[in-house]
Write a protein that binds this ligand. Structure first.
Ligand code: GRF
Length: 193
């Protein structure tokens, strides 16, 4: 059973998809804890299931590195086989990445290397893209630059708002992340090779 820690900042619909699959039984992975960088609404998906949570707030630490060390210490309490950043809206400091990668993956709402960063959906619309999508990738030392594991494209509809497009991307993102985690857990995908 692959032990996973999921990291979030927001509503956690990707986390919820992983948890609902695990609830149904027969999955080769288990979410052992959920961490956040603030009071993320999505933590409730874990607490309602009796799964441990932790919150490590950057404002409580003297700089990013110190925050990263504290966040890493919390993550490592659970000895995860895989750490999944699923809507963590913060760049992990170098010390966290070097300790966990390649067993550290992220889901990003664009077809990387296009539109990296925190505003991927907005940037795709601003560029007039007719196609965007979602990428699940290994986190490396850069921002959304690590090796791609899986991608799916999504067509941009005329006159679509950022929120509308992001919701449609997330409908594709949730099953893609779930399938990727399954494939890592089953050994069909090997990280770091
Ligand atoms: C996802 O689209 C993720 O790729 C992006 O933020 C969104 C998080 O959604 N970084 P949710 O919190 O899982 O609903």
């Amino acid at each position: 059973m692959l032990k996973i820690v999921v990291l979030i900042s927001g509503g956690g619909s990707n986390l919820k998809a992983l948890l609902e699959a695990a609830d149904a039984g027969g999955e080769p992975f288990e979410v052992v804890a959920v961490g956040a960088d603030g009071d993320a609404a999505g933590l409730a998906h874990a607490t309602s299931r009796g799964i441990e949570t932790f919150v490590t707030r950057p404002k409580d630490y003297d700089g990013r590195q110190a925050w990263g060390e504290a966040f890493l210490a919390e993550i490592e309490r659970f000895s995860p086989d895989l750490v999944v950043s699923a809507g963590l809206m913060r760049i992990l400091p170098e010390g966290v990445v070097s300790a966990l990668s390649p067993n550290l993956i992220n889901t990003h709402p664009a077809l990387l290397p296009l539109y990296p960063g925190a505003h991927a959906v907005r940037d795709a619309l601003a560029a007039g893209a007719t196609e965007t999508g979602v990428t699940v990738h290994v986190i490396d030392a850069g921002v959304d630059t690590g090796p791609v594991i899986n991608q799916r494209s999504v067509q941009v509809l005329p006159n679509e708002t950022e929120d509308e497009l992001h919701e449609r991307i997330k409908e594709v993102e949730r099953p893609l992340l779930l399938q990727t985690v399954r494939d890592i857990a089953s050994g069909a995908v090997t990280l770091g090779e």
